[in-house]
Design a protein around this ligand. Structure first.
Ligand SMILES: Nc1ncnc2c1ncn2[C@@H]1O[C@H](COP(=O)(O)OP(=O)(O)O)[C@@H](O)[C@H]1O
Ligand SMILES: [Mg+2]
Length: 254
């Protein structure tokens, strides 16, 4: 299938430190890619660059064939490139219904409306309720974010991202900070994502990576050192050295 998301020779340096070193990566609709690598490898920076949260020094990002590198983050979201953050950026005093409602308004170009009014908009609230139900958050939709568990907050972030109707979804450690008892719900939410969506997930939990991904990309010191199948990644000598050593040696994924 042809690429929906194409990154070519993306590059970024902070002073003398090159955090993204001519990174190229493509995804087709329906892809499930895990982006892994040691802390500081440049995974979050890569997502920041492709989404327009950070400006690249050089290189190009295309969505459905169109170059979007000149657009800001909102322009890229409008074209279907959506991300979640490693650390939640939810508003503690707002409710899930308000978060998702605002995302729906933003998507449909109605975000100029007075804040607050949209809670009375039937179409918006029906869609928000549907989406929150799907993620198991229906009963909490009118509670404040500060009153719901961290795992539920992370699910809400997935709901907000989905409300934007992405074609390409980039998830930065969606299960980070979530107690083990709640990661199953996040994994289920990931498994339930639309089949034609292209998803790239940054994740450290290798068991989750191997259940989710059909392709694994390994970043080390700003450079892609592996792009291939989950079965091959554990056998790759460079990957073992840079990142996977103990996991591969344990033989759990071979
Ligand atoms: N705004 C910034 N200014 C300077 N250095 C940065 C900035 N953002 C990230 N870095 C550096 O870039 C490198 C990659 O960071 P990051 O992309 O967060 O890695 P990862 O997500 O893989 O852990 C790190 O060395 C980090 O300190
Ligand atoms: Mg990171």
């Amino acid at each position: 299938m042809s690429a929906i998301f194409e990154v070519s020779r993306l590059r970024k340096s902070f002073g003398g430190l090159t955090v993204t070193n001519d990174v190229s990566l493509s995804m087709a609709p329906g892809d499930r890619v895990a982006l892994i690598g040691p802390n500081g490898a440049g995974k979050t920076s890569f997502v920041n660059l492709v989404t327009g949260n950070l400006r690249a020094d050089s290189g190009e990002v295309r969505l459905a064939g169109e170059v979007v590198t000149g657009l800001d983050a909102i322009g890229r979201v409008r074209r279907g490139l959506v991300r979640s953050f490693q650390v939640t950026r939810l508003f503690q005093d707002m409710t899930p219904a308000e978060h998702v409602g605002l995302a729906i308004l933003q998507r449909s170009g109605r975000s100029g409306r007075m804040f607050g009014n949209f809670l009375a908009m039937r179409d918006v609230m029906a869609e928000a309720a549907d989406l929150l139900d799907t993620l198991g958050l229906g009963d909490l939709m009118h509670r404040k974010v500060s009153e719901i568990a961290y795992g539920q907050q992370r699910l809400l972030e997935i709901a907000v991202a989905m409300a934007l109707k992405p074609k390409v979804l980039l998830l930065d450690e969606p299960a980070a900070g979530v107690p083990q008892s709640d990661t199953g719900r996040i994994e289920q939410a990931l498994a339930d994502l639309p089949a034609d969506l292209a998803v790239l997930m940054i994740e450290h939990d290798m068991d989750l990576v191997f259940r989710f991904a059909r392709r694994v990309v390994v970043l080390a010191a700003g450079t892609i050192i592996f792009d291939g199948s989950p079965a091959d990644v554990t056998k790759d000598a460079r990957v073992r050295e840079a990142y996977l050593g103990s996991y591969a040696d344990a033989g759990r994924a071979a």
